[in-house]
Ligand binder design. Structure first.
Ligand SMILES: [Zn+2]
Ligand SMILES: [Zn+2]
Length: 468
């Protein structure tokens, strides 16, 4: 029992900490023990350690720690990728040679089918073939500009170009400092695959999550399937020795009919026998698989919810920022001119384009979206500084809208801007005046009052994410 306890405790702790690291920042878990442990690990313990370090070494240790954590969190490095592949390869190498002779052909076949898939999809996320690369290059920029329309809520075409790439930012794109390029339909820079996920390779990430979940869960299943006959035989022998069992197959039920504690003891006994029978290689890896399979599955569920809301991780953060600014009363909305509208967002019964993603919030990424929301005072200065350039912009902007209309079924119905002063300026930049129906500006307090034109409904969103 001692070994079992140690293995179970280690695997449980590892899984719990990984879960906390991945999900502890979610607002839904903020006031739960998960959120508390997350703050404990990431804020309180480091602060305490830093205070001790200052007393003992004058802060040398914490400076080295800060450099290392900065490297881990904010530099492009393959450590997490190596850890994942090492864990998958190491676990398979420990488990499969031992259980392979005990598996029937029908149980072996899925192993051959499943095991290569996480490697293949990891590779496609890390090194996507050129057509699937999310990074925007000078060659692909013009096509990326036409894939989605500017919604004039999160993305505006009269914003300045990317400061690093010095190129216009296509709708739904984001510049990644780690990759050094703008990323099309940017989701997030993923430390797991050491690359940005966006239009092109995001589908491979979804498939990586799916195949990892299934492969790991199947690993747990075959570990159990290989041990089950011996464990059951020993359980039956023990039970009949104790004369408490008529049918060995129902050992757990008849052994402990009512009480949770007894059931727990029986499960621990079963595991203990499994350790004896399978050793650490089979039971340890099987237990690790049981406890880690929910992690990629949880991430997959999170991304399916994003897809359902017609948004990306990056956009969910922008929506949350916009919602906060609305609550502060500094967001104004106006209707787009009728001749520039398209799509069916005017139809009140049409579910497409309705905002339904307010639950999404990536805490700690505050401010990432705010630069995209027009600050009227800034735009006014830019617009008034060069009227000739502005007129040209209006012409090319209308041409661009036409191309975007051909590519996406929903068009913007409203323009949302943020006025830091909390007041709408008397004079608006000409780009805006050209875009909106005069006299329709009003303060907007709630996200439900603006459209998400990137939400076409779950199935259309899913096919958009899987096909592109
Ligand atoms: Zn850029
Ligand atoms: Zn990146």
């Amino acid at each position: 029992m001692g070994t079992l306890r140690a293995v179970a405790l280690f695997v449980l702790t590892l899984s719990f900490l990984t879960f906390v690291a991945l999900f502890g920042r979610l607002p839904a878990l903020r006031n739960t023990p998960i959120g508390f442990v997350h703050r404990l690990i990431w804020i309180h313990i480091p602060n305490f350690a830093q205070r001790i370090d200052i007393i003992l070494t004058g802060g040398r240790g914490s400076r080295a720690g800060a450099r290392f954590s900065h490297y881990l969190l904010y530099q492009k490095h393959p450590l997490v990728l190596i850890f994942f592949l090492g864990l998958l390869t190491g676990s398979s190498a420990l488990l499969l040679p031992v259980i392979w002779p005990r598996l029937s052909a029908s149980l072996r076949f899925p192993v051959v089918l499943l095991l290569p898939l996480p490697y293949i999809f990891t590779y496609l996320c890390v090194y996507p073939p050129t057509p699937f690369s999310p990074h925007i290059t000078p060659t692909t920029l013009s096509s990326h500009l036409t894939h989605y329309p500017y919604d004039y809520t999160l993305y505006h075409d009269f914003r300045p170009p990317c400061r690093t790439c010095l190129k216009p930012k296509p709708p739904r794109s984001k510049h990644c400092n780690l990759c050094g390029t703008c990323v099309a339909r940017a989701d997030h820079h993923c430390v797991w695959v050491n690359n940005c996920l966006g239009r092109g390779n995001y589908k491979f990430f979804l498939l990586l999550l799916l195949t990892s979940s299934v492969t790991i869960a199947y690993g747990a299943y075959i570990a159990w399937a290989a041990l089950a006959p011996d464990v059951t035989r020993i359980c039956v022998a023990m039970a009949s020795r104790r004369s408490r069992l008529r049918d060995g197959r129902n050992m757990f039920e008849s052994f402990i009919p009512a009480f949770a504690l007894q059931r727990f003891r029986a499960a621990a006994l079963g595991l203990s026998i499994a350790v004896d029978v399978g050793g650490l290689r089979v039971t340890g890896v099987g237990l690790l698989a049981v406890l880690t399979a929910p992690l990629p599955l949880g991430l997959l569920v999170y991304h399916v919810r994003l897809i359902h809301a017609g948004t990306t991780t990056n956009e969910s953060s922008k929506w949350a920022d916009l919602g906060e600014d609305m609550r502060e009363g500094i967001v104004f909305v106006a209707r787009v001119r009728k001749e520039l509208r398209w799509g069916s967002v005017e139809d009140e019964d049409d579910e497409r384009g309705r905002w339904k993603g307010e639950w999404v919030r990536t805490e700690g990424e505050e401010g990432t979206g705010r630069d995209e929301i027009t600050d009227v005072e800034d735009s006014s200065e830019e617009g008034s500084s060069d009227d000739g350039a502005s007129a040209n912009n209006q012409v090319s902007h209308r041409r661009l809208l036409k191309r975007q209309k051909a590519a996406w079924p929903l068009g913007p119905r409203q323009v949302a801007i943020r006025c830091v002063s909390g007041l709408l300026p008397d004079e608006l930049p000409p780009e805006l005046a050209d875009l909106v129906e005069p006299g329709t500006w009003q303060r907007c307090w709630k996200l439900v009052d603006v459209d998400n034109i990137y939400d076409l409904g779950f199935w259309d969103n899913l096919s958009e994410f899987l096909l592109h």
